[in-house]
Design a protein around this ligand. Sequence first.
Ligand SMILES: *[C@@H]1O[C@H](CO)[C@@H](O)[C@H](O)[C@H]1NC(C)=O
Ligand SMILES: *[C@@H]1O[C@H](CO)[C@@H](O)[C@H](O)[C@H]1NC(C)=O
Length: 270
Amino acid sequence: MIGCALQMLILALLLPHPARMTRALDWSQSSDVLLCHADLQQCGASAAVAKNSRNILDITHTLREDLPIWLGEDGLGRITAPVLSMSRGDVANLSELKLDSVHTGTHVDAPGHFVQEFYEEGPDVARLDLNILVGPVLLVDAPRDTNLTAQALASLHIPPGVERIIFRTLNTDRRLMWKTAFDSSYVGLTTDGAEWIVTQTKIRFIGIDYLSIAAYIDLVPAHQVLLKKKLILVEGLNLDDVDMGLYIMHCLPLKLMQAEGCPIRCILTT
Ligand SMILES: *[C@@H]1O[C@H](CO)[C@@H](O)[C@H](O)[C@H]1NC(C)=O
Ligand SMILES: *[C@@H]1O[C@H](CO)[C@@H](O)[C@H](O)[C@H]1NC(C)=O
């Protein structure tokens, strides 16, 4: 336990952007938070922290017209259109909803996205394990001069108990989610980075700040490595105004049957 807290402290000292660490974390509780599972009642002191907290950080991007979409030049466009409109004399406003794909904006990838047998047996997004999508999460700043390779990940000294991690990367600095045209030079996991995660850590959840967890050059193999192990991936997070540190995360997918992805609302509490 003490070793773990110490590692967290070292992690805090080594990571870039110390100026962003304005939120004082109680490192003495960090190992408890990291080791406890989604059931907050098992988390002892950390549960009390979460319960009393009113500080909610929304890390979801709004589905807006100029939001970038995968490989698209012109962004998402309008996703609602009026069917009934009070201004036209209808009794109510009623809109239809049309998304580009289920992988739009801040969204989750279910294992069936790249693994055929999981698509057939589930878990589709309706059956994703909420025990993984809700619980303590570590938000870390990734090195800015590299993709998320095994070497870059090892340099972060992620404490061994961590099950959920969110990487803030150069993508946030470059404001890529605010640029309408898709940009394939975003930072993501390389295949060896993905392999490092599934072999060297207990991580079950990974979040990132652009539309794919995997770097463009390793798009398919890196996704396959993670999804074969049924990790849950959330992409397109808005990490503009969040400090690195330890949070309680709630990510709730839409309950869509037979969908291998869907928009998701993610919040952090302190
Ligand atoms: C909803 O109602 C208002 C007031 O009538 C109207 O101005 C607006 O266009 C309506 N919106 C939609 C989506 O129909
Ligand atoms: C990350 O990889 C992409 C290709 O997928 C590349 O265009 C980009 O320059 C790399 N970023 C860094 C910081 O190395």
